[in-house]
Design a protein around this ligand. Structure first.
Ligand code: ADP
Ligand code: ADP
Ligand code: MG
Length: 504
């Protein structure tokens, strides 16, 4: 199938690497761009061509539209993949690519990006077409008094959001009148600083919601399907930490109903390519449109696992003008998939950033385990960008099988040099309520002390020190009895020690 000859990836990290892999599968050349801090990054080494962008900050590099347009021209790329984050939902960038370069932007139309990028405009459009939305302000909030008035009408708590927000930023909860002034001012400041747009709106706050989103896929001829849902309820500060597909929350009838609503929402803006319609759920019957992300999503691999469809490939085919070959009824939903986001953060220190050098690395492997990452031993994690290091994605026939496989994979994930969120996921996978599928977006906050206790007891000794101690004692025990004691499956250092002891 004819598509593109050479694609420039306007991104970095694991998603740049993941895109390069599909380009290779499709026989398309890749062009990487990289900042000073990413000189030794895996996407630079993997790409067929790589162009340096001077500077470290995102604004000088991965957000620098004029510089990236020059790279597109210089490399003679015939398409641009924006990944997620950075310029992926920037309609000015998509427009500039179309106007000033020879390349095709891989994504929906400029109009669709612009409209869905404005959460308030998107909600209005949905309401006009009878897609349920949460009640709130139907225009930009102009002053503090308006917030007070709305709180009276809606009842506390309410939520204040940046119209242009994303990535969990530009959101404030207001529990009482006393919170309003501070929330309003700080939210406006954050919206201006992060999104260059101080516009805010208000909506009713749902106490214990579930975040469920539907993946959609459209061609340029108005044909679209959904690829089922992802449950992204496990979050911290409105940022997703763990995702699974499908969701235990929905039965097949609800799945069909909300899937159809997602397809309808996307068709309202003549959508093309891949996109995600996010819903916030009060109950499986009371589900409201929250926003649409007009790009590939971080957690897209779990959808790939349950459907067998390569979403990056589909994006490229659609951008090249191909018709969708999938019909809704033919899309399989097979088994269960989960993704654990491994961040350079220390969950024991309130998820404080933990950049630095990876001194040792061994990634999990084996049946139905996929790791999307740009890490390698010796890689220095820069502090300038996103903390996402890797995504461990597993598949199982059932939810239970997926959970066991994820536990096994996290045990195999052997990384030294920096702190990561692996400990958090291990604690999560032991939680009774999680196992039963009973959780809301407040789960991590509610379970904080319990998790902290669990994580602390798991890491009472530094692994290397523990390994040495265990090695010595095991070697002695082995010499004594000529049999090795049973290893506790849950303890990484026992395994390490046994390996050491056997080597003696
Ligand atoms: P997903 O919905 O795909 O899970 P996230 O919300 O985790 O995406 O965001 C993925 C990345 O994109 C993060 O680095 C986040 O900070 C960034 N991001 C998301 N939306 C925006 C936005 N509107 N502006 C800037 N960065 C964003
Ligand atoms: P972003 O663009 O940053 O992804 P969203 O509007 O998608 O912002 O909201 C991010 C998260 O904030 C949701 O996943 C949910 O946890 C929480 N949230 C958003 N709106 C509400 C609401 N009305 N009530 C309760 N929680 C909400
Ligand atoms: Mg969102």
């Amino acid at each position: 199938m004819k598509t593109f000859r050479r694609i420039l990836i306007a991104n970095r990290g694991e998603i740049a690497v993941r895109i390069i892999r599909t380009l290779r599968d499709m026989g398309i050349e890749s062009v990487a761009i990289y900042s000073d801090a990413d000189r030794l990054s895996a996407h630079v080494a993997m790409a067929d061509y790589a162009i340096h962008l001077s500077g470290v900050s995102s604004s000088d590099t991965y957000l620098n539209i004029p510089a990236i347009l020059s790279c597109i021209q210089e490399s003679h790329a015939d398409a641009v993949h924006p990944g997620y984050g950075f310029l992926s939902e920037n309609s000015d960038f998509a427009e500039a690519v179309a106007k000033h370069t020879q390349a095709q932007f891989i994504g929906p139309s400029v109009e669709a990006i612009r409209l869905m990028g404005d959460k308030l405009a998107a909600k209005k459009l949905m309401q006009a077409h009878k897609i349920p939305i949460l009640p709130g302000s139907f225009g930009e909030i102009q002053n503090l008094q308006e917030v007070e008035q709305l709180a009276k009408e809606l009842g506390y708590p309410i939520i204040l959001k940046a119209s242009a927000g994303g990535g969990g930023r530009g959101i404030r909860f207001i529990h009482s009148k006393a919170d309003i002034a501070e929330a309003y001012e700080s939210c406006r400041r954050e919206a201006q600083a992060y999104f260059g747009n101080p516009s805010l709106f208000c909506e009713r706050y749902i106490q214990n919601p579930r975040h469920i989103e539907f993946q959609v896929l459209f061609d340029r001829f108005g044909h679209g399907v959904h690829l089922f849902e992802r449950d992204c309820t496990i979050q911290r500060r409105h940022q997703k930490l763990f995702e699974e597909a499908p969701s235990r929350y929905l039965n097949s009838k609800q799945r069909e109903h909300f899937g159809a609503l997602a397809v309808k929402a996307a068709s309202l803006v003549q959508y093309s390519g891949v996109g995600t319609v996010e819903f916030i759920c009060e109950s499986p019957e009371q589900v409201y449109f929250m926003e649409m992300n007009t790009r590939i999503q971080v957690e897209h691999p779990i959808t790939e696992q349950i459907t067998g469809i390569d979403l990056i490939k589909e994006q490229i085919l659609v951008a090249a003008g191909h018709k969708l070959t999938h019909q809704q009824a033919d899309i399989p939903l097979r088994g269960w998939s989960m993704e654990a986001r491994i961040n350079a953060e220390d969950p024991l220190q309130n998820f404080a950033p933990s950049p630095g050098k990876i001194t040792h690395l061994q990634l999990p492997m084996g049946p139905h385990v996929r790791v999307d990452t740009h890490l390698y031993p010796g890689y220095e994690v820069p502090s300038a960008y996103d903390s996402l290091l890797a995504k461990v994605i597993v598949w199982g026939h059932t939810r239970e099988e997926a959970i066991e496989r994820l536990k096994r994979s996290l045990r195999e994930f052997d990384l030294s040099g920096i702190q990561t969120s692996i400990k958090f996921h291990e604690a999560l996978l032991q939680d009774e309520d999680f196992l039963k599928g009973q959780f809301s977006t407040n789960f991590v906050e509610l379970k904080k002390s319990e998790f902290l206790h669990r994580m602390n007891s798991q890491s009472s000794l530094e692994p290397e020190l523990a390994a040495v101690l265990a090695s010595v004692s095991l070697t002695l025990a082995f010499a004594d009895s000529q049999t090795l004691p049973d290893a506790d499956n849950n303890q990484f250092w026992i395994h390490k020690a046994r390996a050491e002891a056997c080597r003696e």
